[in-house]
Design a protein around this ligand. Structure first.
Ligand code: UDX
Ligand code: ADP
Length: 471
C-alpha cells in the first residue's frame, strides 16, 4: 500500500517539525497538519518565517521549501482526516491534574477525542499512527474506540505506534538523521503487516532500512517511556554526583569525562546541570511510575520515582545556594537570570528549571530580571502563574523581562545561568561586571562559562559540580 495523503492532528513541537521533514523528503505525499488552535495554524502559515510557533534551527528553511507545495497547515480537521490514508495523532498528553492518577498518569482525553473524531469522520480505511508518547497499551483503547463508534465495520483501522525520539533544539537534524525509527504494529495479521510496511516505506525514503526497527505495538509504546526514563536517569545520576563533587574537591566535568570514555557508559548525556526540564522527562517518568504502581510493582515505581526526586532536589539546591551565598537574604536584591528555556536552541519552557528556581527566589522576595534570546515575555509569567504559588500581580512585580542581557544584569547582585545558550559565552563580561553591585556573583547552573577568566575580572563564581569553584 502506497501512502499518498497524510494528516497529522496536532501542530506542536512534535507534529510540526516531523511533518515538515516528511513533506520535504516525500514530495509525492500530501501532508496536512491540523490543529484546533487557530492562532498556532496562522503562525505556521505566516509569510514571515521568524513567526513560526516552534523555533528550531533549520526548520524555517524546510517549511519554506515544502509549504504550499505538499505541506499544508489547516484548522479543517474533519476534511483532512477524511482525505488521509494515514493519520498521525500528535496531540499533547500532559500529566493529569484531576481525578484518579492526578499528578502522575498521562491525561489521555485529547487522544480519545482524536480517536472519536477519526471514527466519526472516516469513510475509508485508515492507518492511525500514535506519535504522541502514551502509556503502554493505549493502542488497544484507541482501537476499541475506532472499531466501536462511527461508521461501523465497513471502515477498517490499523493502529501503529511510532514514537518520536527527536530532542528539541536539534529536531531537524534528529529527524533527517535519526539513530533509529521505531514502528510498532500488529505483526500477526496481513493487514497489520501491510500497515507497518506502508509506514516503513515513508521513512525509507530517507532513512536507511537498517535503522528502521519494527516491533509489536506494546514494545514500541513502552520503548519510548523507557528511553526517556533512561536518559533522565543519567542526568539525575550525574547531578547526584555533582553535589558530592562540590563537597570533596572532585570536579564533575572530570568525573563525567573519565566515566564517559568507558564505551559501556558512553560520553553523552553526562552534563551536570541545574536540573532537567522539557515536556517529556518528568511526565514520562511519572507515567511510568503510575503504570508500575497500577500493576502493583511498588519497587519498580519507587526506583524510577527517585529520578524525579533527585531532579527536584537539584533545582531547589541551586536556588538555596544562591540565597545562602548572598548572605542569607535576597530580599529586594536584583538577580539576573540568563536563560529561561529548558535547554538551548528552543523557545520551549515547559518544566524548565528556571521556573522553579525563580519561584524559590520570589518566595524570598528577590527581584528577578530575565533575559532569554527566544522566550517571549508573556510565556515567563504564564509559567510562573501556572505554579499557583502567589497571585499573578506578585509575579509581575517580582520578575522583569529584558530584551538586552546587559540591561538584565545592570545593578544586579548576582547572575544565574539557567540555560546553556551559546551567546552567553561571547558577552563582554568586564562590561557586565562594571555595572553590577559588588561583590558580583555568578552561579553557573549549566557549566558553560570560563570561570577562571571571570574570577580574574573580579566575579565570585560558583559552578555546578565543581568544588574548586565553591564560594
Ligand atoms: C527528550 C529526549 O531526548 C527525546 O529523545 C524525546 O523524544 C523527548 O525528550 P528533549 O526534552 O527535547 O528530548 O531534550 P533533551 O536534550 O533530552 O534534554 C532534556 C533536559 O535534560 C534538558 O533540560 C537538558 O538541559 C537536560 N540535560 C540533558 C542535562 O541537564 N544534562 C545532559 O547531559 C543532557
Ligand atoms: P507536543 O510537544 O507533543 O508536540 P504541543 O502541546 O506542542 O505538544 O502540541 C500539541 C497540539 O495538539 C496543540 O497545538 C493542540 O492545540 C493540539 N490538539 C490537541 N487536541 C487536538 C484535537 N482534538 N484536534 C486538533 N488538535 C489538537
Amino acid at each position: 500500500m502506497k501512502i499518498k495523503n497524510i494528516c497529522c492532528i496536532g501542530a506542536g513541537y512534535v507534529g510540526g517539525p516531523t511533518m515538515a521533514v516528511i513533506a520535504q523528503k516525500c514530495p509525492a505525499i500530501k501532508v496536512t497538519v491540523v490543529d484546533i488552535n487557530e492562532q498556532r495554524i496562522a503562525a505556521w502559515n505566516d509569510e514571515d518565517l521568524s513567526k513560526l510557533p516552534v523555533y528550531e534551527p533549520g526548520l524555517d528553511e524546510i517549511v519554506a521549501q515544502a509549504r504550499g507545495k505538499n505541506l499544508f497547515f489547516s484548522t479543517q480537521v474533519d476534511e483532512a482526516i477524511a482525505a488521509a490514508d494515514m493519520i498521525f495523532i500528535s496531540v499533547n498528553t500532559p500529566t493529569k491534574t484531576y481525578g484518579k492518577g492526578k499528578g502522575m498518569a498521562a491525561d489521555l482525553k485529547y487522544i480519545e477525542l482524536c480517536a472519536r473524531q477519526i471514527a466519526r469522520v472516516a469513510t475509508s480505511d485508515k492507518i492511525v499512527v500514535e506519535k504522541s508518547t502514551l502509556p503502554v497499551r493505549t493502542a488497544s483503547a484507541i482501537k476499541s474506540i475506532l472499531d466501536n463508534t462511527g461508521n461501523g465495520s465497513s471502515v477498517k483501522f490499523q493502529i501503529l505506534s511510532n514514537p518520536e525520539f527527536l530532542a528539541e533544539g536539534t529536531a531537524v537534524s534528529d529527524l533527517l538523521n535519526p539513530d533509529r525509527v521505531l514502528i510498532g504494529g500488529d505483526n500477526t495479521t496481513d493487514a497489520g503487516k501491510e500497515a507497518i510496511e506502508a509506514l516503513v516505506s515513508v521513512y525509507g525514503q530517507w532513512v536507511p532500512q537498517e535503522r528502521i526497527l519494527t516491533t509489536n505495538v506494546w514494545s514500541s509504546e513502552l520503548s519510548k517511556l523507557t528511553a526517556n526514563a533512561f536518559l533522565a536517569q543519567r542526568v539525575s545520576s550525574i547531578n547526584a554526583m555533582s553535589e558530592l563533587c562540590e563537597k570533596t574537591e572532585a570536579d564533575v566535568n572530570e568525573v563525567a569525562r573519565a566515566i564517559g570514555m568507558d564505551s559501556r557508559i558512553g560520553a553523552k548525556f553526562l552534563k551536570a546541570s541545574v536540573g532537567f526540564g522539557g515536556s517529556c522527562f518528568q511526565k514520562d517518568i511519572l507515567n511510568l511510575v503510575y503504570i508500575a504502581k497500577t500493576y502493583g510493582l511498588n519497587e519498580v515505581a519507587d526506583y524510577w520515582e527517585q529520578v524525579i526526586l533527585m531532579n527536584d532536589h537539584q533545582k531547589r539546591r541551586f536556588a538555596h545556594n544562591i540565597i545562602s551565598t548572598l548572605f542569607n537574604t535576597v530580599s529586594g536584591k536584583k538577580i539576573a537570570f540568563l536563560g529561561w528555556a529548558f535547554k538551548k536552541d528552543t523557545n520551549d519552557t515547559r518544566e524548565s528549571a528556571a521556573i522553579y528556581v525563580a519561584d524559590e527566589l520570589l518566595n524570598e522576595q528577590a527581584q528577578i530580571a530575565v533575559y532569554d534570546p527566544k522566550v517571549q515575555t508573556q510565556q515567563m509569567y504564564t509559567d510562573l502563574d501556572y505554579l499557583n504559588t502567589r497571585p499573578s500581580a506578585a509575579n509581575q512585580a517580582g520578575l522583569t523581562v529584558h530584551q538586552n542581557p546587559y540591561e538584565a544584569c545592570k545593578d544586579a547582585h548576582a547572575i544565574a545561568i539557567l540555560t546553556e545558550w551559546d551567546e552567553f559565552k561571547t558577552y563582554d563580561w568586564q562590561k557586565i561586571y562594571d555595572q553590577m553591585q559588588k561583590p558580583a556573583f555568578i552561579f553557573d547552573g549549566r557549566g558553560i562559562l570560563n570561570l577562571e577568566e571571570l574570577e580574574k575580572i573580579g566575579f565570585v563564581c560558583y559552578q555546578i559540580g565543581s568544588s574548586a569553584k565553591q564560594l
